[in-house]
Design a protein. Structure first.
Length: 304
C-alpha cells in the first residue's frame, strides 16, 4: 500500500477524535471541572492520590521501571540479533520498538520543558500559588517557568502503542492486543497522575496523539511498513520449497515471486517464457501453468 494512503488510514480516526476533544478542553474550563469531580477531594482539600501507595509507588515509580525494563529487553534482543543468526529476523522489529519508545518519550519530555504550563496541584484553584491559564493562552512573564504539559508519565505508557505496528504484519488479533495494551497502560498511567494533581485530562490526550504520530510516522516512512521478512506464499500447495526440490525453482522464479501469482495445477493457458530448469521442474511436479500462464514443454534429452 502506498505510504501516504496507509498513513492517512491509520491517522484519520485518532485525528478526528483528537480534533473533537482537544480544542474544547483548551478553550474551556472543562479540565478544571473534571479534576474537581473525579480527582480532588473538596472535603480534605487534597488530591485523592496524594498519599496513595498505588498511585505513587505502584503506578508512578513501578510504571517507570516497567517501561525501562521493556526498553532494556528490546535493546537486549537487538544486540543479540547481531550475535546469534537465528535472531536476525527480530532485528528490525526490535530496532523499531526501541526508536519508537525513545522518540515518543523524548518528544513529550522536550515539549514539557518548553511549553510553560502549570500542574493542576500548583494552581490557586487547588490550593496552589498560581492562576489557571488556558492552554496556549499568553502566560505573564513574571510567573515562574512551569513544566507540566504534555504528560510525560502517560506518554511512557502510550509508547507501548508501538506494539500495534510491531505485530500487525504477523497477526491482526495480536496487533489489536498490542493496541489495547498501549491504550490501557497510557490510561492507567494518566489516571494515576491526574489523581496526584500532576496533570489534566487534556495533557494526557495530547501525549497520546503525539505518541501515535511518532509511531505511525516511523513505521510508515522510516521502516516502509515492513518490519518482518515474509517468505513467498505457496497459496495452499503442499510440497517442498527447499533449494533443489521440484517446487523450489518454480516458486522462486523472479516472475512468479514478484507478481505474487498463484500456482495453477493442470490449468493450461497462454505460454510464457520461463527458466528452462524451472520449467522442467514444474512439469516434474505436475504443474503446467504459473499465474494462469502455461509452462513451455520441458526440453527433450537426446540419446546419443
Amino acid at each position: 500500500m502506498p505510504a501516504r494512503i496507509f498513513f492517512w488510514r491509520q491517522l484519520r480516526a485518532p485525528l478526528l477524535l483528537f480534533a473533537s476533544i482537544a480544542p474544547l478542553l483548551a478553550a474551556s474550563s472543562l479540565d478544571l471541572s473534571i479534576a474537581h469531580a473525579l480527582f480532588y477531594d473538596e472535603g480534605s482539600l487534597q488530591w485523592i492520590g496524594t498519599g496513595s501507595w498505588w498511585t505513587n509507588e505502584l503506578v508512578h515509580r513501578g510504571g517507570s521501571w516497567l517501561i525501562r525494563a521493556i526498553g532494556a529487553f528490546a535493546i537486549l534482543i537487538w544486540v543479540a540479533s547481531w550475535l546469534r543468526p537465528p535472531l536476525q529476523r527480530l532485528r528490525r522489529p526490535a530496532l523499531f520498538f526501541i526508536m519508537s519508545l525513545t522518540l515518543s518519550i523524548g518528544l513529550v519530555a522536550f515539549l514539557k520543558a518548553v511549553t510553560n504550563v502549570d500542574c493542576p496541584r500548583d494552581l490557586t484553584e487547588f490550593g496552589g500559588a498560581f492562576p489557571f491559564i488556558h492552554l496556549f493562552e499568553h502566560r505573564p512573564a513574571f510567573l515562574r517557568q512551569a513544566h507540566c504539559f504534555p504528560a510525560a508519565h502517560a506518554s511512557s505508557g502510550y509508547a507501548s502503542l508501538a506494539l500495534y505496528f510491531l505485530l500487525r504484519e504477523r497477526s491482526r488479533r495480536a496487533a489489536r492486543m498490542g493496541l489495547a495494551i498501549g491504550l490501557g497502560m497510557g490510561l492507567v498511567f494518566g489516571f494515576a497522575q491526574q489523581a496526584r494533581g500532576a496533570h489534566f485530562v487534556s495533557h494526557d490526550i495530547w501525549s497520546a496523539m503525539l505518541v501515535w504520530m511518532v509511531s505511525l510516522s516511523l513505521y510508515t516512512f522510516g521502516f516502509k511498513q515492513r518490519l518482518w521478512a515474509i517468505p513467498p506464499r505457496t497459496h495452499g500447495l503442499r510440497g517442498s520449497t527447499q533449494p533443489g526440490s521440484c517446487f523450489s525453482d518454480v516458486l522462486q522464479s523472479p516472475r512468479s515471486v514478484r507478481s505474487g501469482h498463484r500456482l495453477d495445477v493442470h490449468r493450461p493457458s497462454k505460454a510464457v517464457e520461463q527458466r528452462t530448469h524451472g520449467a522442467s521442474n514444474g512439469h516434474a511436479c505436475g504443474i503446467e501453468s504459473v499465474g494462469g500462464h502455461e509452462l513451455p514443454a520441458a526440453p527433450q534429452r537426446q540419446i546419443v
